[in-house]
Design a protein around this ligand. Sequence first.
Ligand SMILES: [Zn+2]
Length: 125
Amino acid sequence: MSVSVKVKQQIIERDGGWCLMMLPGCLGEAQTAHHRANRGAGGSSVLDHPANLCAVCTVCNGLAEDANAITRMDLIHRGLRIEKAATNEATLARAIATPVEAVDGERWYLVSATERMHVSEAMRP
Ligand SMILES: [Zn+2]
């Protein structure tokens, strides 16, 4: 895991402090950053980009790893899981282009470790 404690803190703040996954047993408050597209063992640091990270609690972060098909579909629908593309760069581009759904149902594009952009903002000409 090569995401620094500082970046994790920034991600948690950026995403409002709450776990975005809300799976059964969720702790509510976020403690860590989840890779939307799994970096995988020995994977490229490209996927440590803040747009590929979202705030979660430790319980959900563990559950997401071996989630069943229904949970996986739900996470994909909420932008919390990104399916891998042909390359890490293409996967990251997909993460940047896919908004995440916050606890209140609002959808945000993840820009950097400290910035997110509301979908309505992005649609303006
Ligand atoms: Zn949680």
